[in-house]
Design a protein around this ligand. Sequence first.
Ligand code: 6PG
Length: 247
Amino acid sequence: MNTDERNELVILPDPAALAEDAARRFVALARAAIKDGGRFCVALSGGSTPRALHERLARQHRDEVDWEKVYVFWGDERFVPPDDPESCFRMARETLLDHVPIPAANIFPLPTVGGTPEAAAKAYAETLVAFFGAGTPRFDLIFLGMGPDGHTASLFPGQPEVVAPSGELVVAVHNSPKPPPTRFTCTYRLLNAAANVIFLLAGADKASALYEVLRGPADIARLPAQGVRPERGALVWLVDAAAASKL
Ligand code: 6PG
């Protein structure tokens, strides 16, 4: 990956510095979006790495954001009830949303109860279009993580949506190699329409995949994170020293 003004690689000494840097970027982007357009639309990530970011936003940076004008969505979710320990919504609620003055009407979790994953994915796509209007929704910011296998959101190596993108906004995912097996994910179409995408990576277990994704040949089917390339937006890799140890 060539680092230029739109593609940035930032290496922080440790997970705490990573979370703080990400929180400051959230605050800055929120302020700019609210000043320009009256609202800030963000998609959160699942996994463990965003926890520290959420906690910093809820504590150290709580009063720096106009939460009334923040709208929260998810880049992916597990097909589990919203109170399930595996729920990305639950994690975000417990680490951030329950601790900031954001109106409940501004929070858009994926519908994970009742119906099929396909119907729920379709319903979420309709929610996105109803909120953003026709065309491909353009988030102000999307947070993403990456697994040791190079997956991101719930776009896993060799999976249909990665190998032959459907053109949908949100799709159901089955047989996910990372539990739980049934999930939803935003697609490259949605991810690459964003104004800003920030990858958050911490830990040595990500080092090999990060090296391949950034320095290796293009092979999206094997390294889905390589498929994230915002067309008219900025891409920032925020990684800690351990994750960057092979760069
Ligand atoms: C999920 C995520 C997934 C995650 C990576 C990294 O729902 O599991 O969206 O893509 O971001 O697997 O997970 P960690 O942050 O726990 O390493």
